[in-house]
Design a protein around this ligand. Structure first.
Ligand SMILES: C[S@@+](CC[C@H](N)C(=O)[O-])C[C@H]1O[C@@H](n2cnc3c(N)ncnc32)[C@H](O)[C@@H]1O
Length: 394
């Protein structure tokens, strides 16, 4: 069947409409004409596979990544970068309208660094070699580099591929200047240390530090942040300053701030000088260990951290709340606590516009969406970060 793609879906698949039925065609985008074969048919939609391109968009580029056709990492690297920013913006506008019935016109901020930005890559192992996974499948592809990762991580990738990884199950490499390597499985400790020492600051094997420190550090606008093996840290180091500056701009300052899902305490610490009191809540013990160390390193005395599930927190008494939940968004319990509180402003940081829109649709009874800005924290992937200011209506 020959079709013309006229829209892009929320997960970056081309869309066309044939006989009043929607067909999703992965790997295509608006303006392209393709011959397809239907590979999935349901009552509501079909999915097509491209057999050949008849007309290719002038916005299509050759991906710089040699693995892009197999590995799901840089899944939209075939789209001209400026166009991908426009699509991300259009997708968020559509999602917020569809799920929260609110019209928005956000700007999208990028630092133009479209490769070499990631400070963390998680590898699987294929035949003793580092490998990455195809998105939404179990297929693995052996790799010698990941173009999204920074140069220091890629140096270590090449060194690790010289080690016999036959009995290793997975490897995580994280950091920017300071690099940590986390191995799980069985490996000869001494040979790993002799190959990697001098290139990394920390090696962790099955949760135990076998070389260097038990954490690494990263600098963001003069703040030094410690990262422990399993604690969350924003993956795009060079974009963190502008993201946090926007949160600070929305929060302004005042009496008290609650940083929910605070990770290693980074947002709360960044904002602490503008508030009298700050409290952070986070479920991950490693992250809270980092948060308490970060408080010390940065000499911040007006912040406390609680290691608990946000579901178990009591009433909210703070004036301003920052929420930065995982992709699943806010639990209903947390939304109810926010709605029954006296909180003036909520700054909602989200890496998933669909769950954000779902939550906004409930919060909007009491909070007005005052402003929204998108940050391209994940260039060449279909993800985008939204930062929003919700202001109490009364
Ligand atoms: C997107 S990260 C945000 C981290 C932090 N705000 C930052 O900028 O680095 C989400 C965090 O929520 C934590 N988390 C997930 N579910 C949670 C829950 N039910 N209660 C508390 N924290 C939770 C995760 O461990 C993770 O650190």
């Amino acid at each position: 069947m020959r079709v013309k793609i006229d829209k892009i879906s929320h997960d970056f698949k081309g869309i066309c409409n044939v006989d009043n039925k929607v067909i999703f065609v992965p790997g295509t985008f608006p303006g392209e004409i393709v011959d397809i074969k239907i590979v999935k048919n349901t009552k509501k939609y079909s999915e097509g596979k491209v057999i050949s391109f008849v007309e290719v968009s002038e916005k299509r580029e050759e991906s710089k990544c040699p693995y892009s056709r197999i590995c799901g990492g840089c899944s939209i690297s075939h789209i001209e970068y400026i166009m991908s920013l426009q699509y991300k913006k259009d997708i968020v506008v559509d999602i917020i309208k569809r799920y929260a019935d609110i019209n928005i016109d956000p700007s999208i901020i990028s630092n133009g660094e479209v490769y070499g930005y990631r400070n963390k890559v998680s590898f699987k192992i294929l035949e003793g070699h580092l490998a990455l996974t195809e998105e939404k499948s179990n297929k693995l592809v052996k790799v010698n580099q990941c173009l999204l990762a920074n140069g220091n991580i890629n140096k270590v990738v090449r060194l690790i591929n010289d080690i016999n990884l036959k009995y290793v199950t997975d490897v995580i490499i994280r950091g920017s200047q300071d690099i940590m390597v986390i191995f799980n499985g069985r490996i000869d400790k001494d040979s790993v240390i002799s190959i990697l020492s001098g290139y990394v600051s920390s090696i962790i094997l099955n949760g135990e530090t076998i070389y260097g420190r038990n954490h690494i550090t990263t600098n963001v606008n003069g703040y030094e942040f410690a990262i422990f093996p399993t604690s969350f840290f924003q993956v795009n180091t060079n974009m963190i300053k502008s993201l946090y500056d926007r949160i600070l701009k929305y929060a302004k300052g005042g009496r008290s701030l609650l940083d929910l899902y605070c990770g290693a305490g980074t947002i709360g610490i960044y904002l602490a000088n503008s508030f009298e009191l700050v409290r952070g809540i986070e479920i991950n013990k490693d992250a809270i260990r980092g948060a308490n160390l970060n408080k010390q390193i940065n000499n911040i005395n007006n912040i406390t951290f609680e290691c608990k599930n946000v579901d178990d927190m009591g009433e909210i008494s703070e004036d301003v709340v920052v929420v930065d939940p995982p992709r699943s968004g806010l639990d209903r319990n947390v939304i109810d606590k926010l709605l029954s509180s006296e909180v003036e402003k909520i700054i909602y940081v989200s890496c998933n516009p669909i769950t954000f829109a779902r939550d906004l649709n409930i919060l909007k009874v009491k909070y007005k969406l005052e402003d929204i800005v998108l940050f391209d924290m994940f260039p060449n992937t279909r993800h985008v970060e939204c930062v929003t200011l919700l202001q109490r209506k009364d």
